[in-house]
Design a protein around this ligand. Sequence first.
Ligand SMILES: Cc1cc2nc3c(=O)[nH]c(=O)nc-3n(C[C@H](O)[C@H](O)[C@H](O)COP(=O)(O)OP(=O)(O)OC[C@H]3O[C@@H](n4cnc5c(N)ncnc54)[C@H](O)[C@@H]3O)c2cc1C
Length: 446
Amino acid sequence: MPAIEEKQSRRPLRVVIIGAGPGGLVLAQLLHKDKRFAVTVYERGTPEGDGHSLAGFRILMPPATFDCLRGQVDREVQDLLDRAVGLSQPQGNRTCLMDQYCRVKYRSDTTEQARSMHSISRWKLRKALLHNSSEFVHFNRQFERYEADENGVRAHFADGESIECDVLVGADGAGSRIRKQLIPNSTRHDTGVTIIYFKAPFTPETEAMIPWGSGGMVLSPRKSMVISYFKNPEKPYGPYHLENIDPDDSFLMVGMGCYSDEFHNQSKSPDDMTPEELKDECLARAQQWHPLLLSLVAITVPNSVFVARIKTQDLIDPWETGSVTLLGDAAHSMTPYLGKGASSAIADAMSLAETLKLGSEIPLGERLAEYEKSMLKRGFADARSSMLVHHLVFTAGNTPWRARLRNMALCALDMYFTHPATLPEPFPVRYSKEFKQAKQKNKKNV
Ligand SMILES: Cc1cc2nc3c(=O)[nH]c(=O)nc-3n(C[C@H](O)[C@H](O)[C@H](O)COP(=O)(O)OP(=O)(O)OC[C@H]3O[C@@H](n4cnc5c(N)ncnc54)[C@H](O)[C@@H]3O)c2cc1C
């Protein structure tokens, strides 16, 4: 990119970002105040987003990632970011894996790192990152393709318009058009699993229903259930009706996973089902489960539904570095099981901003190549660990016998770790007789 280097010394570097998801917006926030850059984001959606879509759910973020982001933005954005962090239980984010009868098999409370995760409202995060962005974020602009040569890139949009830039960033999510053009032979893997997500009202009563205080995952043969929540620090409880949940409000989240071709309702595809039919589907799955789990499904609000077919990105090698790059899901989409996708996209955006801001002693092309190498390494490491959890939930639970063996292995693993002894155990942790004896022996030895 010698021509770009030479031009950059005379004018700001023109950075065009496609996609106003968490990754694209963080990158824009970190660059737009720096006079060395002219940054613009193009987003196909609307400024209001869609209150019933994923925009309203929550993401998990390590405090270190959050603090690093917070430390680099304006005071006003900082304040809005702080409001996006949900209240946690006094014992922190202490979750568990259990079977469909609420028997706890594994407790993820052994490390401070796991307990201190922030539960962040995706909607409020988006609002914070969009603060004062009308000059650099353009909505209702659908990107179609780009043309690149050694002088830069031209991005073309569905409305027939096009724009020239020096660096084009694909932050356009898992189905990225930019990735498809940049790496035409890249493929995505369909796990065959569909998760139906619902919200439920967050009240003192429903809060008390959250298994193990912070939620967790139910592992049953060929099915899963994830339970979590966002507790708005400004208005912890409400709304109290069962028709609508405002994206700003606290909520309890229930996600029911199962193989896409094993829905109880086989009369139509999940995409064609009404919210009520999707809720009936989830109720049917939980019929024989612990009454608490069935009740959690029963109190969900049909209107809040979001259906996700779980696909992941197959490994991609670093491409020949040019003026087009990628971040977040556009490069390394993963399963939602570890809740790492959004923080991974945000980490990429922070790393790319740092790369672009580095002085001109190292040529831009070399800096971008380094970014791409480390972004792919880090992103696919997260993708691999999230796939491991997917296998733990589904592949290892494909038959009742495999599920039993898996659960026994989880118990053994749980027993191996030291858990904070002072914290309450809302459900009994059940071990088989042999495990119980081994645990007693273990305790005596300690
Ligand atoms: C159900 C579910 C639950 C999840 N839970 C968690 C969680 O708990 N924690 C977590 O960290 N992650 C979670 N994730 C993953 C997380 O949502 C993603 O990893 C994260 O949003 C990726 O951010 P991104 O900025 O890379 O892409 P996205 O958030 O996908 O944003 C891409 C943006 O690009 C826009 N776009 C796409 N194509 C075009 C185009 N052609 N032209 C213009 N704009 C375009 C889209 O409209 C979108 O706004 C979950 C995902 C799902 C599906």
